[in-house]
Design a protein around this ligand. Sequence first.
Ligand SMILES: [Zn+2]
Ligand SMILES: [Zn+2]
Length: 248
Amino acid sequence: MRLTVLGCAGSFPGPESACSAYLVEAEGFRLLIDFGSGSLSALQRYAGIDAIDAILITHLHCDHMLDACTYVVVRRYDPAGPLPPLPVYAPMGAAERISAAYSSDAEPVDDVYTFYGLQPGTFPIGPFTVTADRVNHPIETYGVRVEHNGSVLAYSSDTAPCDPLLRLAQGADLFLCEASYLDGRPNPPDLHLTGGEAGEAATKADVGRLLLTHLVPAWGSEASTVEAACAAYAGPVEVVRPGARYDL
Ligand SMILES: [Zn+2]
Ligand SMILES: [Zn+2]
């Protein structure tokens, strides 16, 4: 299984990165997890404009789904003819949300995407076994655990501390975890993690490696976030970058 980071800026595009989008590949199958603003550009740079076999959208905030609207044009109006419909696993309401953002008359996009409603549970996507569970964020949001041939990638999506996050990450080889806020500040509750909270979750879940993502350059300090995570977790920690690849 290979993870390629396409975009990792938290909450809105940053000066060096698009919003959240992660390509996970195995056996020639390419699953895109989240498709945030600006990440269609990174998809072309690091993978290929049609290099997707399925999409999983963890929640319907713009920084995790908006380029699924832009991508309608790519699939529908290819000069060689429409590309085949893509499966999209997303919270209920994704079809309506994408059509509303795509055009002012909310034209359906079911010629481009085949939607499957996400619910807590375990299910296959291509060669992957995916477990999704609700995490602690203001709208319906799913953290995910992706397994292939005994390797495990866990992804927090956006969340404040919660038990489902620990279950999803338990024993993961790679834990891709958000760290939007700085420690030691009165941050809004039930929204995001700090670097220290990401480190605590990594320790409790006994993961092999912590990859910090969804940092918000305009709000925080990468050095402070990493320092706080390392104080709470003894394993390897790094902040992901666009184009970074991890094999597991
Ligand atoms: Zn976000
Ligand atoms: Zn969010």
